[in-house]
Design a protein around this ligand. Structure first.
Ligand SMILES: NC(=O)c1ccc[n+]([C@@H]2O[C@H](COP(=O)([O-])OP(=O)(O)OC[C@H]3O[C@@H](n4cnc5c(N)ncnc54)[C@H](O)[C@@H]3O)[C@@H](O)[C@H]2O)c1
Length: 386
């Protein structure tokens, strides 16, 4: 079997998501294992890290044993040994950087949101297709083991007919006053592409559509729960984008559901994100890794409220979680970002079909845009086909 190197420019290499998920957890394991088998070839990624801070770049390169790195994006783009461009830096510079990479005739794989707006995303797509380049969007939540198990038991009809769903996401993000914030400050500013809708609803679109069906309309409300924050350098700033949202969704198949996303909520649920689905024969909850199921046989027969037992004061009367069982799965865990890379590389090298292309990434932005519009105008928005 012949071996082939494929050059990949990693832009934003010092950032949280690029350095951890894309480099350390996805591409480095592929390289360490000797490459990917695609058709009759072994394909080994060759990485060129690009970032703005030399010291940080060198740290990431050394940690991962990568020899090639630069702070000069233009020089990286002009290197014909690297045919793929990955964009994982901060959101606000994405459109400009991708436009440059397309001009340099690189295949494009990009983090979300793939562009600031649907119209700009469509324009990018047109440029890429006119240049005959391959394109992909990161849609990593498709491959969360918990969601995959949930999808399987919906597809095999274990839940019967679906009657409703609700997605709950979030945790408390400290505002920096007493405890340092766990999220970068650009997430909280409109001018740098921040806001919860753009950050998370770009995921919830493909999660919901792949597991439950196409979304036909949406209505959202949103607010700023923590308006004043302290940034990485200890400076105060005012938040001008939503950090908490509530959304109702109707699907083309008639099922309705809701999405609650918040960076200002404290968790009492099974995971950081949970997708609850109720069906006529059973219900299931998909989390990051696990999926819990309750069939008709385990469903408690509840006759109404009962708050009369003094002995139970202050406690939960029934531990309702006992009526759920974990769905077993013996498949080994594969990092979702790695699955995304394997799919994209197979698409570039062997033309294998890709589920998450740029058009899907544009649909993700469309959903976020519709939520933002609905939240401003307080109206239902119909989702147009792209
Ligand atoms: N798929 C996911 O689940 C997921 C999760 C988190 C973030 N993201 C996306 O990944 C991107 C990066 O997020 P992050 O959390 O890693 O952020 P981060 O703040 O940790 O990293 C951002 C990187 O961009 C660089 N950068 C900032 N401004 C730049 C500029 N003007 N030009 C070039 N580089 C610049 C920074 O130096 C840093 O390396 C965002 O677009 C975000 O939406 C995706």
């Amino acid at each position: 079997m012949s071996m082939k190197k494929i050059g990949i420019i990693m832009h934003g290499a010092t950032g949280r998501i690029c350095s951890t998920q894309h480099i350390h957890n996805a591409l480095i394991p592929i390289i360490s294992e000797g490459g990917l088998h695609i058709n009759n070839e072994i394909v080994v990624p060759r990485l060129l890290l690009v970032g703005r801070n030399k010291t940080e770049l060198k740290k990431i390169a050394d940690k991962n044993n990568i020899k090639e790195w630069t702070t000069n994006l233009d020089a990286a783009l002009s290197d014909s040994d690297f045919s793929i461009f990955f964009e994982g830096a901060a959101t606000h510079q994405r459109l400009e950087t991708l436009t440059k990479a397309i001009k340099a005739k690189k295949h494009i794989y990009t983090e979300k949101p793939i562009a600031p707006s649907v119209s700009e995303g469509l324009h990018l797509l047109e440029k890429i297709e006119n240049s005959n380049l391959k394109h992909g969007a990161v849609e990593d939540k498709l491959y969360l083991p918990g969601f995959q198990k949930l999808k399987n038991i919906i597809n095999d009809k274990t839940l019967g007919e679906i009657v409703s769903f609700r997605l709950e996401f979030g945790w408390w993000v400290f505002n920096g006053e007493d405890t340092q914030s766990q999220r970068p400050s650009w997430n909280y500013k409109k001018e740098t592409g921040g806001g919860l809708f753009l950050d998370m609803h770009t995921h919830w679109r493909y999660v919901i559509e792949n597991i439950l069906g196409n979304i036909s309309k949406v209505v959202s409300t949103s607010w700023i729960a923590q308006p004043e924050r302290i940034d990485e350098n200890g400076n105060n700033y005012s938040v001008d984008v939503e950090d908490t949202t509530n959304t109702l969704v109707e699907l083309e198949n008639g099922v309705s559901g809701s999405i609650f996303s918040s960076w200002a909520t404290r968790i009492r649920r099974d995971d950081l994100v949970c997708l609850y689905v109720d069906g006529t024969k059973g219900s299931a909850i998909g989390g990051l890794r696990d999926c819990w199921f309750q069939g008709s046989d385990e469903t408690p027969i509840i006759k109404g409220f009962d708050i009369s037992h003094e002995a139970n004061k202050g406690k939960t009367f029934n531990d309702y979680s006992k009526a759920w069982k974990v769905i077993e799965n013996n498949n080994p865990f594969v990092n979702p970002y790695r699955i995304g890379w394997e799919n994209f590389l197979s698409h570039v090298i062997a033309d294998q079909p890709l589920l998450s292309d740029l058009k899907e990434g544009i649909k993700d932005i469309q959903f976020a845009e519709c939520c933002i519009k609905s939240s401003k105008e307080k109206v239902w928005i119909n989702i147009k086909k792209i």
